[in-house]
Design a protein around this ligand. Structure first.
Ligand code: RUQ
Ligand code: CUA
Ligand code: CA
Length: 633
């Protein structure tokens, strides 16, 4: 690692010099947090300015941004944070940073009955049957480069999958197992209209991975997988020889970018860091579609796989499928500026960010000519976000800082210059991703920024050797005052990336629309409620409401396979019931107007209470029926 850079002409707030700080344990001066002025009326507005710079560039008279959201008030934004190896998505309000909901994706989750009813259980089984996943990159769908409130897509870095979450119900409704991936890392859609969902395969393996080329890493490869958003189907893969890491889309429906840190095709750390350069890999999507259309692919594991490797014949000629752009060794994040002009790759092992002018990629010739800038930002740059005012914000993992820099100044400056840097701000500690409000769209809002720190160290009460992470909220709306740290938020391990969406872009349902569900609604009428036997299979249909189930008891025989389908007929929002059966691992949540079905084997004779686990009324504990399992013979 090189030395930390100094800052540019504007000095940083809360800055310490490179010499007196341990990079993984920065100390910052404590400041008095003074709430200035009365509470802001409209949430998200400022209650005071964030500090002025005196002639020496030191912060003075810091009065702080009010990011509080008083009881009874709502946030301006939804933030969708990945839960990392918890396998879920967390929904936060911004600026309060209150955790509003969790959405289970690759994990079984009892409070939402996810993985317990037949539909979600089968969905997880068909997607490999793994008990966990590692969510990293939650990306809401867009139309015309704006969030459209339809879907959220997220990768599974652990098991090579992509999932779709329906933002009407905040529920995972589809998962695709990507057979040619061992670990899907980057995730993003093709912009402007989410025509494809892309999953970026990180770990090089033989393709197919069926025992061939076991110890011949030169034969391994990675693929970029393309899925259609709705229906959520796997369409094709493009194979490359190097590995692929993070990904982001251009804004014009043509280019998709990933980083690669293993152009060496190595299998050890020293091999993977041997070369001076690696790649930003630029995929020309219309060209790939042409190749698929023309049948220029091999089918592997049922998926058309187009050869995009450097020596592929499809990369000869004027319009190569895939372009390989040299960047300093072992880059990490890549993100496209809101205007669609540049793809910016963060250096990780190199203290720079490389700026690629996307329009230049369409010119024939050396794709390295599209590199139009390289700014020296500091140590361990990982990810970059945007405020829509021409600034980039890059996390520095090693320096435990966020650096704000000027994109056009970086294009104009000499390669490797520090001059475009505007400000550096300490964070606590070792940040991975950061995300500004609507940064991934064509129209960032430019007010809030969340920095997802991997380490929290001394920021919260100690809770034993597993520490929470620390998601820090910054106000970035005042370029004169600089970045303002307004909140620390402990989070359960381990969020990676987030998307922040204006609240008015979403329109979630508060009760189910029975027409959206595959199972028929069960009303209280006699015809709708029945217990039917077919051999040793028993099928039960019954409604439920405050404070009872359709049947007060259900009698079956030992060994029967029992299916219970039930509808919560409540029309009042927020009145949930559930159907839990002790000792049968049954736990189905039923929101208002929701119908779910669960199948289990009644394998032990006895009395089993069917009870409701959601506190639904004063008589919630009395809301129960009996499952009577008669002994066989
Ligand atoms: S990538 S910070 Cu998926 Cu950096 Cu995690
Ligand atoms: Cu229904 Cu508790
Ligand atoms: Ca490398």
């Amino acid at each position: 690692m090189t030395q930390s850079t100094s800052t540019g002409d504007k000095s940083a707030t809360e800055r310490t010099s490179a010499d007196d700080r341990d990079p993984l344990f920065a100390r910052i001066p404590r400041r008095d947090f003074v709430k200035a002025g009365a509470a802001a009326g409209a949430m998200g507005s400022l209650a005071g300015c964030t500090g002025l710079l005196d002639s020496d560039g030191d912060t003075q008279a810091a009065a702080d941004v009010d990011a509080s959201v008083p009881p009874g008030e709502l946030d301006d934004y939804y933030a969708f944070l990945s839960g990392g190896h918890s396998g879920d998505i967390r929904v936060y309000g911004v600026p309060s940073m209150r955790q509003i909901m969790r959405i289970p994706v690759f994990n079984v989750e009892s409070a939402r009955g996810y993985g317990f009813d037949d539909e979600t259980h089968e969905m997880l089984q068909e997607a490999g049957g793994y008990t966990w996943g590692d969510t990293h990159h939650p990306r809401p769908s867009q139309t015309d480069n704006q969030y459209d409130g339809e879907w959220l897509f997220v990768n599974d870095k652990a098991n090579g999958r992509m999932a779709r979450i329906d933002l009407k119900y905040f529920e995972t409704d589809a998962i695709i197992d990507l057979p040619n991936h061992q670990g899907t890392h980057g995730a993003c859609m093709l912009m402007p209209d989410s025509r494809y969902v892309f999953g970026v395969g990180e770990l090089r393996v033989p393709i197919p991975n069926d025992g061939r080329d076991l110890d011949d890493p030169s034969e391994y490869g990675s693929t970029l997988s393309a899925m259609s958003p709705d229906p959520f189907d796997h369409e094709w893969d493009v194979r490359v020889d190097c590995n692929l890491d993070n990904g982001d889309s251009g804004k014009e429906g043509e280019w998709f970018f990933t980083t690669s840190y293993n152009s060496e095709e190595g299998v050890t750390e020293s091999e993977m860091t041997a070369a001076d350069t690696d790649y930003v890999v630029a995929f020309n999507v219309p060209r790939i579609e042409d190749a698929v259309e023309a049948g220029e692919y091999d089918e592997v594991n049922g998926v058309p796989v187009v050869d995009g490797s450097e020596d592929s014949p499809l990369n000869d000629g004027d319009e190569p499928l895939v372009r390989y752009i040299d960047v300093p060794t072992n880059p990490h994040g890549v993100s496209v500026t809101p205007d669609g002009q540049y793809a910016i790759a963060s250096g990780k092992l190199d203290p720079t960010c490389t700026i690629i002018e996307i329009g230049q990629l369409n010119e024939v010739g050396d794709p390295n000519d599209a590199v139009v800038g390289r700014v020296n930002v500091g140590n361990g740059p990982l990810h970059t976000a945007y405020d829509g005012r021409g600034h980039a914000y890059t996390t520095l993992f090693v320096d435990s800082q966020v650096v704000k820099w000027d994109i056009e100044a970086a294009v104009d400056a000499e390669m490797g210059s520090e001059d475009p840097v505007i400000e550096k701000h300490d964070v606590h500690y070792s940040p991975g991703h950061l995300i500004a409000a609507e940064s991934y769209t064509g129209d960032p809002q430019g007010d809030w920024l969340i920095v997802l720190n991997k380490l929290s160290k001394d920021r919260f009460l100690p809770v034993g050797p597993v520490f929470p992470e620390n998601d820090q909220l910054f106000y970035i709306g005042d370029d004169d005052a600089g970045m303002e740290l307004v909140k620390d938020t402990p989070t359960y391990p381990e969020p990676h990336d987030a998307s922040i969406v204006r609240a008015d872009r979403l329109d979630p349902a508060s009760v189910y629309d029975p027409d959206d569900l595959e199972l028929d609604f069960i009303s209280p009428s006699d015809e709708d409620n029945f217990i039917e036997r077919d051999g040793d299979q028993v099928h039960v249909e019954m409604y439920n409401q405050r404070n009872h189930f359709g049947f007060s008891d259900i009698t079956v025989q030992e060994g029967d396979e029992v299916t219970i389908r039930s509808t919560n007929i409540e029309q009042e929002e927020d009145i949930l019931h559930s159907l839990a059966i002790p000792e049968h691992d049954v736990n189905v949540k039923l929101a208002p107007q929701e119908t779910r079905e669960v199948t289990f084997t009644a394998d032990e004779p006895g009395v089993y209470w069917i009870y409701c686990a959601y506190f639904c009324s004063a008589l919630h504990l009395e809301m129960r029926s009996r499952l009577l399992v008669e002994p066989a013979d």
